[in-house]
Structures are given as structure tokens and as C-alpha cells.
Design a protein around this ligand. Sequence first.
Ligand code: GLN
Length: 315
Amino acid sequence: MKNHFQTPMTIQALKNNAVKIFTDCGFSTPQLDADCLLQFLLNKDKTWVLLHRDEKLTSDQQNEFNALVEKRKTGLPIAYITGKKEFYGIEYFVTPDVLIPKPDTEILIETAVNKILDLKKETVKIIDVCTGSGCVGLSVLKELLDKNCNSKIELTLTDISTAALKVAEKNAKNIFGDKLIGAEIKLLNGDLLCKTSGYDFILSNPPYVPHSEVEELLKDGRSEPRLALDGDTDTALNDGLHSADDVQTDDGLPIIRRLVLAAYEALNSGGSFIMESGEYQTETVRRLFTDVGFINVISEKDLSGMERITIGDKK
Ligand code: GLN
């Protein structure tokens, strides 16, 4: 509520109010949430906010803060409120059109970078399929450039969502500016690999969450895009006769099944496919990889010890 005559409150008092509200909502990190919103409001870092906790805010600032708290109360994640999320040491711009980058995915970056550096090829063609914010492909590229990779990198980012691709484009510009030295970035809008081929590396964090689980997940108001999560609703195959709820499976794998085959076909010989999935799916995913012809198929664990990515090479 807007109140121009409210008594000025200190940063600490506002924080305490927010923490109480977030605790009552049952949020798991009420302190952190309140800190992030205050830092965002004041455009200052954690230390500044801590050192100035006894300062009073203007009533405009208080109203703005209350509006941020109201948004968070709906379940909207902090990253969508502030429009940013750090991933692999890089700040990504995010909107509800893309998934919020998660630490679970960092193993994908690490594994891809090590394999790409080992390849020692003059030009390495990489595609990040279902790129969303661009965090997979762009983090890999940034890391390769930071490590003075000797190869020229040609990176393609694809997404079926035009809105997501715009977010990825903005991130590419934010991270690398308008010019790139030793690399090239291309953005493609369409289904999976957009019918392109000739890649040395295919990377992907595709939608893989089982349909019924997506329903559960989204109940908390997190507003992440269903399109990016639901592995059972294959939008590209939707013939317009079925509704999105009319799914045939509930294992989250239909999009992955198409992707594994398409990736195998689009890879150069000696190339590799690295894909994220649910830890409950990796056994099946390894079988899908092997069935289409991938060799050296293994899964790797994420930072919480869950099997998160599967890797396969093409002979
Ligand atoms: N566990 C992932 C998340 O919640 C799922 C992402 C996906 O389907 N690719 O973001």
C-alpha cells in the first residue's frame, strides 16, 4: 500500500519485516531473499548494505521495497524480480521466458570445456540446443576464450521460443560486446538443431521433467516456462489437434528421444554429445545414446552428487 506519511524505517527494520513475511510464506532462504531484494533496490553490494543497515530509506524507496516483497510473496523467484542470475561466474539476464540457470548444470560446462580443449582442432563447431538464456553455450565459449583456447570457435544457439532466443542474444551481447575475437555466435529459432549439422560438439539442457512433476513444480508460483521444463509435451510435433495436457507419456523423455537421434546424425565423426537430464533418467538416457550408435557413453554427477549429464562420442 502506498503511504506517503509513513515513518522512515531503517534498512535493518525493512529487512526484518521482509524476513518475517518470507518465513511465514515458508520460503527456504528468507534472509538471503531479503538481502538480495535490498541490494537490488539500492543497487549496492552485500557489504554496503550491511554497513549502512542503520540508515533510513526514503518513503519512495520503502514503497518500492514493499512492491518487491509483494512480488516475491507470489512465489516469483528472486532472479525473475531482479532480472539476473549468476551462473559459472557470469551474470545472466533472465526473464520468465527462460529457465533460471542452476548450479546443477555447471558440470555440463566443465565437461564440455575440458573435452573441447582436448580436441585441438583448428575450428570447433559447437551447438547449444534449447539454449534458453544461453547459459550453456555462452559459458562454454567464455571459459574457452578465458583459457586462451587455440581453436576458432563457431557457436550456434537454438531455441524453439523466439522470446527465449532474444534473451540469449542479449546475454551474448552483454558478455562479449558486439565484436568477438576468435569466435562467432549464431542464433537460430526452431525445433532442436533446426535441421543443421556438421558439429564437433552438441550441448543441451532440453526439457526433461515429467509432465505431472511440472504441474507440481509450478504450483509454487515460480513461473518458469513450462515449454522449457516439460519433456512430455513435444510442442514441435503438436499437430494442433491435441492440447498441451494431452500427453501420451509421463517419463519426460519424448523430446530427448528425438534429440538423441538428431544429435547423432548432426555430429561430425569424432564429435561428442553432452546432455543434461534428470538423475532418475540417466540409466534410460545412456541406453538411448547407445541404441543410436554413441560410444564411450557415461554419465557424470552434478555438484550435489546426482547423475546429471550423459556424454557420448561418435566414432
Ligand atoms: N531441473 C531443471 C530445472 O528445474 C530442469 C530443467 C530442464 O527440464 N531442462 O531447472
